[in-house]
Write a new protein. Structure first.
Length: 278
């Protein structure tokens, strides 16, 4: 029990943040530096670093780093669930479940390396499917946690800075990815628009999925940082919760007294009073 409580300490979570930064961004940076070709993070996807075809000598390094970072994210899931359930139990469970599913999918994307020649389990691009599933589940977890932060701010249980930081870190990358993917689908549905769109956005980083992958990864890390430094501890959250309950109880008591006072002013029919209806 003491070991579990130790994981919820901000000092322990800060150390885990440093380890995640090193295992994720550190190994990806080393793999990009040793990449056979010139790797530009603005235009290349992260999967290029995990591909045995594109990075034959060092593809295992970022794969191991991402798997370690995914495992280190699990204590943060428990930490978020522990604090957000005070706001909404069902939303906290949904957020935790989505994060766990995203972590499992992220580990699977590292184990199923990008395959460009043969099908894996009958699927041509299984790695891309698992990787996008991981991003989708993590996005659902972040959106649900942001909704909890908004509800907690309305109840005076959570800081407003937590809601705004989580919302911006979640919605901005999602909006960019949605815009990029929408343009890609549009060019496929209407080939006549393909050339104008490509010629206009060809040199823009907003057109390339790799830019949004790196930006989304940084947003998830910043999301965890905000969870550590902006989510109040249980010792400070408990008095807020008690104050909110006391305020709600006072409002209910005041409404009940007003109802009794109004009932006393009403002249009840004599027959109702005799029968004891009121």
């Amino acid at each position: 029990m003491t070991g579990v409580k130790c994981l919820y300490r901000k000092s322990t979570l800060t150390v885990l943040l440093v380890l995640i930064s090193i295992s994720f961004f550190g190994t990806l940076g080393m793999a990009a530096w040793m990449f056979p070709q010139n790797y530009d993070w603005r235009y290349r996807v992260i999967s290029n670093l995990l591909s045995p075809r594109d990075n034959p000598e060092h593809y295992w390094l970022p794969a191991c780093g991402i798997i370690l970072a995914a495992v280190l994210m699990l204590p943060f899931v428990a930490y978020l669930h522990r604090n957000l359930k005070e706001v909404s139990l069902h939303a906290a469970r949904l957020s935790a479940g989505a994060f766990i599913a995203g972590i499992i999918a992220l580990i699977g994307a590292c184990l199923v390396v990008p395959q460009h020649v043969h099908d894996v389990l009958g699927i041509r691009r299984l790695h891309e499917l698992i990787a996008r599933s991981a991003a989708g589940f993590i996005a659902i977890g972040m959106l649900t946690a942001s909704w909890c932060a908004w509800k907690g701010f309305r109840k005076n249980l959570l800081d407003a800075r937590l809601f705004w930081s989580w919302s911006l870190l979640t919605l901005l990358p999602l909006a960019g990815i949605f815009f990029s993917e929408s343009l890609l689908v549009l060019t496929r549905l209407n080939p006549a628009w393909s050339m104008p769109i490509r010629s206009t956005l060809r040199n823009s980083v907003f057109w390339h999925l790799g830019f949004w992958e790196w930006l989304g990864s940084a947003a998830v890390f910043a999301f965890l940082c905000a969870a550590v430094f902006l989510v109040p501890s249980r010792t400070t959250q408990a008095p807020k919760c008690l104050n909110a309950l006391a305020e709600q109880h006072a409002k209910e008591k005041s409404a009940l007294n007003e109802c009794r006072a109004m009932r006393g002013r009403i002249a009840l029919p004599k027959r109702f009073a005799q029968k004891g209806v009121y």
